[in-house]
Design a protein around this ligand. Structure first.
Ligand code: ADE
Length: 421
C-alpha cells in the first residue's frame, strides 16, 4: 500500500484516539453499521483532503465500510495528527499522505498522491483537490461524478468557480447543511479556538480585551466562548447587519484602528485576506497576541510583520515573537494557520459527528443519483433537506432527548390561511 506518514510506530496511540472519538460519534456509527450492511459505495473511489484527525479517521473508516476505496491527505500542513495517520495506515489499511508540519511542496505532492487513484468523488475541506484537478490534473475530471466541500472558505471558492462557468463537476456544499454550520462552525470553532489559544499561551482570558474579527457562525461561537471565560469581547465587522447583531448580543463593535489601541488578543475568522493587517499591526499594543481560525493562513498579514520587524523567534511551540522595528513585540500563534487545529485538536468529536454524517450521506447521495441514471449540473448544491433532518433526528435521539410533535389541529392551523383574528 502506498502512503506517506511520519512514523508507523505511532499507530497504537492513534488507534486509542480514533476509538475515543468514535465513542462520541453516534450518528456516524449508525451510518457505518448501515453502510456495512448495504455497501452503497461499492466500487467507488474517494479522494479526500481533510484535516487528518481522529474524527476524520472515523469518517474514512465509515466510507470504507460502505465499500469505497479511500485515499486521504491533509487539508492543512499543520493539522495532521501523526499518530492517527499511522493508525489509519497500519490498523485500517487506508492509504494516508499527511505529516504534521509538511512544507508546501510536500503538501501538494500529497494532494497529487490522492488524485493518483483517479477518484470518482472528491471530498474537500478548502477546495484544494478541486483546484488542483481544475488546474493541473484536468485529465482526471472525466472519472468524477461529484464532490463534497466541508468549509465556508471552500464553498466561497467553488461558488466563484460556478459563477465564472469553470466548475467542471457538481459539488455538495456540506457546510451549508444546518446540522453542519449551526453546530460545527459555532460551538466547534468557538470551543476549539479558545482551546488552541490557551494551549499555545496559557494566558488568563478573564479581564482581557479579546477582539474577534468576523461575526459569521464561527465568529459568533468564538465571541460567545471568550465572553464565557470573562474576556471583554470586541467584534470587528464590515457587514452592518452582523455588526448590529454583535452589538445586540452584548459585544463592543468598533473600527479596527480603535480596537488596535486596546486589544490584547486578535482572532480572525473571516475567510478573507489581511483582516489582521497594517491598521492593527502598525499600532497595536506591545505583547499583542494574534491568531487565526479561518481556513487559510491569509488572514494575518505576515508579510507586513516580516517587513516591519527586526527579528522573529520561536518562543515556544506555536508561538512566534516578532520584534517590531519600533520595539513592540507581537506574538503570532500557529504561524497564522488555523489555531484550533495547529495548537489544539480541532473540534470535538461530538460536533464533527454531524458534519461527517453529512459528508458520508452526501457521498451516498451522489452515488445513488448516478445509479438512478440522474445527474446533477456542474453547480454547487445544498445538502438535501431530508439528509439534514435525518441527521438532526439521529443526533437528538443519541442525546436521549425527546421532543413534542404538532397536534393534527396545529398542523391544520399552520397550513391554512382562513383563520385570522
Ligand atoms: N475541522 C475542525 N475540527 C476538525 C476535526 N476535529 N476533524 C476534522 N476536521 C476538523
Amino acid at each position: 500500500m502506498d502512503y506517506d506518514i511520519k512514523d508507523k510506530e505511532l499507530a497504537s496511540e492513534g488507534k486509542e484516539r480514533i476509538q475515543w472519538a468514535e465513542a462520541d460519534m453516534p450518528v456516524l456509527r449508525s451510518i457505518r453499521e448501515e453502510f456495512s450492511r448495504r455497501k452503497p459505495l461499492e466500487g467507488i473511489k474517494i479522494g479526500a483532503c481533510l484535516h487528518v484527525t481522529s474524527e476524520t479517521a472515523n469518517l474514512m473508516i465509515t466510507l470504507k465500510a460502505g465499500g469505497a476505496d479511500v485515499r486521504l491527505c491533509a487539508s492543512n500542513p499543520l493539522s495532521t495528527q501523526d499518530d492517527v495517520a499511522a493508525s489509519l495506515v497500519s490498523d485500517y489499511g487506508i492509504p494516508t499522505f499527511a505529516i504534521k508540519g509538511e512544507d508546501n511542496n510536500v503538501y501538494y505532492d500529497h494532494i497529487n498522491s490522492v488524485l493518483d487513484i483517479r477518484p470518482n468523488i472528491t471530498m474537500d475541506d478548502g477546495a484544494d483537490l478541486v483546484s488542483m484537478l481544475h488546474s493541473k490534473r484536468r485529465d482526471l475530471i472525466e472519472n468524477i461524478i461529484g464532490g463534497t466541500e466541508e468549509t465556508t472558505t471552500g464553498v466561497i471558492r467553488l461558488r466563484s468557480m460556478e459563477k465564472s462557468n469553470v466548475l467542471l463537476y457538481p459539488i455538495i456544499a456540506v457546510n451549508e447543511a444546518k446540522t453542519k454550520h449551526f453546530f460545527d462552525n459555532r460551538y466547534g470553532t468557538g470551543q476549539s479556538t479558545i482551546d488552541g489559544i490557551l494551549r499555545a499561551t496559557n494566558i488568563l482570558l478573564a479581564g482581557k480585551k479579546f477582539v474577534v474579527v468576523g461575526y459569521g457562525w464561527c465568529g459568533r461561537g468564538v465571541a460567545m466562548r471568550a465572553k464565557g471565560m470573562g474576556a471583554d469581547v470586541i467584534v470587528l465587522e464590515i457587514n452592518p447587519l452582523k455588526a448590529i447583531e454583535a452589538r445586540m448580543d452584548g459585544f463592543n463593535v468598533m473600527k479596527n484602528t480603535e480596537a488596535a489601541k486596546t486589544g490584547d488578543i486578535f482572532l480572525s475568522v473571516t475567510g478573507n485576506k489581511n483582516v489582521i493587517g497594517e491598521p492593527i499591526l502598525s499600532s497595536c499594543k506591545d505583547r499583542t497576541i494574534v491568531a487565526n481560525s479561518g481556513h487559510f493562513d491569509a488572514e494575518i498579514d505576515l508579510n507586513y510583520l516580516k517587513k516591519n520587524s527586526k527579528s522573529v523567534r520561536t518562543l515556544k511551540p506555536m508561538v512566534q515573537e516578532y520584534l517590531m522595528n519600533d520595539g513592540r513585540r507581537i506574538y503570532v500563534l500557529a504561524e497564522g494557520r488555523l489555531v484550533n487545529l495547529g495548537a489544539a485538536e480541532g473540534h470535538p468529536a461530538s460536533v464533527m459527528d454531524m458534519s461527517f454524517a453529512n459528508q458520508a450521506l452526501s457521498a451516498e447521495y451522489i452515488v445513488s443519483l448516478k445509479n438512478d441514471g440522474k445527474s446533477l449540473e456542474k453547480k454547487v448544491y445544498a445538502v438535501p433537506e431530508d439528509i439534514d433532518k435525518n441527521i438532526a433526528e439521529l443526533k437528538l435521539n443519541s442525546m436521549g432527548i425527546e421532543i413534542d410533535k404538532l397536534t393534527p389541529e396545529q398542523e391544520e392551523y399552520l397550513s391554512s390561511w382562513h383563520l385570522g383574528t
